[in-house]
Design a protein around this ligand. Sequence first.
Ligand SMILES: N[C@@H](CCC(=O)N[C@@H](CS)C(=O)NCC(=O)O)C(=O)O
Length: 217
Amino acid sequence: MSTLRLHELTGSPNSVKVRVALGYKGLDYERVPLELDGFPGDRAALISLSRQPRAPVLQHGETIIFDSGAILRYLEANFPDTPPIFTTDYATLPEIERWELFSRTQLSEPVGMVFSQAFAPAPDAEVLAKANQLLNEHCGALEDALSQGDFLVGDHLSAADIVVGSSLYLADLTESNSKTHPIAAFFGAHLKLGEGREKTRAWVRRVVAYDPIVGKR
Ligand SMILES: N[C@@H](CCC(=O)N[C@@H](CS)C(=O)NCC(=O)O)C(=O)O
């Protein structure tokens, strides 16, 4: 079988998502971390590989897949002997997709606000406070869902948990797992799941535990 090679930005949630999926499925892979000397930095290697500039990109033999959501779907469709992260049930698939959308909209807004402050000459305390407030408000939906069961959809880990949980690792960093990049360290210092978000916090830890890099606390 061809080697799975993951071209990643090690601390980026979209790369974490793919490593969690690979870990949960028990698939061996080789990491190819992208070393950047700034942001967005030189993306020539990714562009020549995949005709676009963003990580993660998965290489499987001659096949190249970009975008974390596309990679999760590729793994699901092509490794049928591994634990499922989507579903065979017609009505349940859109539930998983709704959580993916939640991550790309509700969560990416406060995460984007903190990200922008990581590059500011002096971080704006008001923007950071607003980001924390927004994030914790949006996570109310997760506390509600996790009061019904251990997973967002169904009775096992799915792409819903992987996508949302991996994005939220940025709000639950420790000194040790925020060492992937100075930007991760900035998140560790400035974005936190607050009071009343205990179920969310415990579930994020369960999800990212499948990633040997940021899952180690
Ligand atoms: N194509 C991305 C989604 C959008 C995106 O690019 N998001 C930013 C951060 S929220 C990212 O992952 N950047 C990685 C990079 O700069 O290579 C994915 O694989 O999911």
